[in-house]
Structure formats: structure tokens, C-alpha cells
Design a protein around this ligand. Structure first.
Ligand code: PLP
Length: 174
């Protein structure tokens, strides 16, 4: 079923895949732990996560459960339309890295919390800064067969919960 979803429904490239989870929070938790494992390995020191005040509250909670201290879960400013300010995100990531921290995960929202963050810009930022991008798209059918997927699947992107199917999926660089 996952293979069918990835290839035939969503058009993910070769190497795309996913897993089913019991809910949205667990999907984000899976994605956060995957990003942490991929970028930080066993040493979590300095690992830092970026999201906005309009992300679902589970984003910060699962980061804590994944071992990231509250002080390293950054709230990126948003524009008046509630979307993440990607320039501010870039500045925060750079400042944190200069200060010796290890930015590893940018969590964007494209779902049910009143906002859709600027995904193409955030995908570019994630690629430039070499951090994982997780798109929390809870119950957002637009992420699957809809027109936005070409943007969503570029870069190190993790999507979840398409079409109310609680399904984190990813495309990683080799
Ligand atoms: C954007 C978003 N992320 C995560 C969740 C958490 O999903 P769950 O309650 O299934 O854990 C929700 C729930 O509505 C949501 O809207």
C-alpha cells in the first residue's frame, strides 16, 4: 500500500517511501527522530529545531520527547498572513550555527492550523543549510494528488498525513 501511495498516487521519485502511524503526533515524532538520527547521530548536543507559533502543538512536544531541550526549539517569526518568515528562519539558523549549535530540523506546516508555510522557499533553505525539512500536512489532501507535490518533494522533504492517511514519507539524498 505504501509503495502504491508513494509512486502511483503521489508520484514520489524512486527511493520515496513511508510508514503508517497511529496519528499525526506519531507521524511527526517518527519524522523528528529520523531527522535527529540522520543529522545528529548519537550525540544530541546542540541539536536545534525550527518551527512557528502556528505549528501544531505536537511539533514542540515531540521534539522534547526526541530529547531536544526546550531552549533549542526555536519559534521562527511569521508574516502577517501567519506564514513562516523564511528570511527570519535563515537568519536564525545561521546565527545558531555560528554560536556553535547544530540546526538539524525545520518543521513547516501545510495542514490544519490556519496556515500553509512557504514550502518552496523553505525547501531551498533546508537544502542550502543542510537541515531536514518536515512538512506537517495533517489531513491536508492537497499534498498528495494535488498540484503542490512538485514543490513538496524537492530536497530532503518529509511529508505526513496526506488524505487523512497518517503516513510520514520521505525522499532522502543518497
Ligand atoms: C497540523 C497537525 N499536526 C498534527 C496533529 C496531531 O494529530 P493527532 O491528534 O492525530 O496526533 C494535528 C491534529 O489535528 C494537526 O492538525
Amino acid at each position: 500500500m505504501i509503495r502504491w501511495m508513494a509512486r502511483d498516487v503521489c508520484g514520489l521519485p524512486e527511493g520515496g517511501g513511508g510508514l503508517s502511524t497511529s496519528g499525526g503526533s506519531m507521524a511527526t515524532f517518527s519524522a523528528t527522530v529520523a531527522a535527529r538520527h540522520n543529522r545528529l547521530g548519537e550525540d544530541l548536543a546542540g541539536g536545534t529545531v525550527y518551527t512557528t507559533a502556528f505549528a501544531h502543538h505536537s511539533v514542540a512536544k515531540v521534539a522534547r520527547l526526541a530529547g531536544i531541550p526546550a531552549a533549542h526549539i526555536r519559534t521562527v517569526p511569521h508574516a502577517p498572513d501567519l506564514r513562516m518568515d523564511h528570511h527570519a528562519a535563515a537568519a536564525m539558523i545561521r546565527a545558531d550555527r555560528d554560536a556553535g549549535l547544530r540546526p538539524f530540523l525545520l518543521v513547516a506546516t501545510a495542514g490544519t492550523t490556519d496556515t500553509v508555510d512557504p514550502l518552496p522557499e523553505l525547501a531551498d533553505l533546508a537544502r542550502r543549510e543542510d537541515v531536514w525539512l518536515h512538512v506537517d500536512a495533517a489531513y491536508d489532501s492537497g499534498g498528495g494528488p494535488g498540484g503542490r507535490k512538485p514543490h513538496l518533494v524537492s530536497g530532503d522533504t518529509v511529508l505526513n498525513e496526506w488524505m487523512a492517511v497518517l503516513w510520514p514519507c520521505d525522499r532522502r539524498r543518497s
